[in-house]
Design a protein around this ligand. Structure first.
Ligand SMILES: CC(C)(COP(=O)(O)OP(=O)(O)OC[C@H]1O[C@@H](n2cnc3c(N)ncnc32)[C@H](O)[C@@H]1OP(=O)(O)O)[C@@H](O)C(=O)NCCC(=O)NCCS
Length: 377
């Protein structure tokens, strides 16, 4: 079998739609990949004109209060069922990683329902996300949703401005925000006060993220809580039993709940929801793999300041990184550096001790990277 690599989006989009969506539209859900105005694209392995395996890729800048690093998103990895277990997804992943490296990405990030495939290919858990369960029972304890209304196109500049106030986010242009807010099957609300949009929320997005409030913004915690109430009321109090049945939700109060996703940086909001009794769990943000040691070494070196240095080692005898501080030097491999750069919460104490032993205290690592729901591809 002779397979060629292609980045023509149209045939790959038809292929992905067929396999992943039963031919239902896919492109409107992922405008940054499929709309030619934006940088995302598809990597596909084809035999003649027939696509056999493909995935979507998109380079993004991950903004945190400690610094910004460029990473590559990978999504919708898929092989034609007739062609599975021939190593095609393994190959497409290698091609996707190489293309993202050319785009300047230090690491690749993806979400996976079945992590094993990626864990066996050099990926590891990174980042943190807090997920709350919001029950309809909570409605009365949330602020009244005065001034909450459906988002219109006229609100989008204000919504983009609120998005850019997040301390952890992916950098977006106003046009990217506009395109993402047009994703189908999404309930979009804003809260307005004195003629000004002060908060917004997005619930649902295509097939994924149904029943999840996955993106929101606004400086006032009460404004966001009022939006959560509006979403619960919109979703459940007006729903007829028939609608509920169609969505497989029994008209039973116990089953009337939504999910709410937040970065741990939204501390005050998370504490308020915990005080209100909303169950929560913390999970990883996704799976990541280092793609470019130089990009990563430069980023970490910059975060250490003048006290320490990081150098990428790409020689025949040593691959990885040399980390130096006032008290000594340590050699780190890619797995260790991934934990240092983006690690999950469980390793942050180990990262601090690692730097402490080198005489480097108060290092702002791991970076608290976070991607909002509209950024998934
Ligand atoms: C997961 C998937 C992309 C693998 O494609 P592939 O071309 O068969 O992959 P490869 O031949 O390179 O490797 C086969 C791997 O898939 C695993 N696999 C086989 N059947 C599978 C299945 N039905 N579902 C998931 N993984 C499967 C094998 O265990 C093997 O992994 P391993 O080598 O680490 O043990 C393919 O099964 C698929 O398209 N699944 C549906 C879409 C999907 O779940 N995509 C993931 C979205 S992030």
């Amino acid at each position: 079998m002779h397979l060629e690599l292609d980045e023509r989006t149209a045939s790959a989009e038809a292929f992905m739609r067929r396999i992943l969506r039963d031919d239902a539209p896919l492109a409107p859900e992922y405008p940054l990949v499929f709309d030619s105005r934006f940088d995302g694209r598809v990597v596909a392995l084809q035999e003649g004109d027939a696509v056999r395996s493909a995935c979507a890729i998109l380079a993004r800048d991950f903004v945190t209060p400690n610094g910004t690093i460029t990473g590559g998103m990978i999504g919708s990895v898929v092989t034609d069922p007739e062609w599975r277990s021939n190593g095609l997804a393994t190959r497409i992943l290698v091609e996707a990683e190489a293309a993202l490296q050319v785009d300047g990405c230090g690491f690749a990030l993806l979400w996976a329902e079945e992590p094993g495939f990626y864990l066996r290919r050099g990926y590891g858990p990174v980042g943190r996300e807090v997920d709350f369960v919001l029950s309809y029972d909570m409605v009365e304890s949330l602020p009244a949703p005065t001034g909450v209304r459906a988002m219109t196109d006229a609100d989008i500049d204000a919504v983009h401005a609120l998005y850019t106030q997040h301390s952890v986010r992916l950098a977006r242009t106003p046009d990217e925000t506009r395109a993402l807010l047009a994703c189908p099957q999404m309930t979009r609300f804003v809260r307005e006060r004195d003629g000004e949009v002060v908060a917004y929320s997005c619930m649902g997005r295509g097939k994924d993220l149904a029943d999840a409030i996955h993106e929101w913004g606004g400086a006032g915690v009460d404004d966001v809580l009022a939006l959560l109430r509006a979403n619960l009321e919109h979703r459940f109090s007006t729903e007829t039993a028939e609608d509920a049945l169609a969505k497989s939700i029994a008209p039973d109060d116990d089953l009337r709940f939504l999910f709410f996703m937040a970065p741990p940086a939204a501390r005050e909001l998370c504490e308020r929801l915990e005080d209100l009794g909303a169950p929560s769990s913390e999970s990883m943000l996704g799976l990541a793999k280092i793609l470019d040691r130089d990009v990563v070494a430069k980023c970490v070196d910059g975060l250490l300041g003048p006290r320490g240095t990081v150098e990428a080692l790409d020689g025949a005898t040593a691959r990885g990184y040399s980390v130096r501080g006032p008290k000594g030097e340590a050699l780190v491999d890619d797995e260790g550096m991934l934990a240092i750069l983006l690690g999950v919460d469980a390793v942050s104490g180990d990262v601090a001790s690692f730097f402490g032993e080198l005489g480097l205290n108060d290092v702002a690592l791991p970076l608290p990277v976070f991607a909002w729901g509209l950024d998934s591809i």
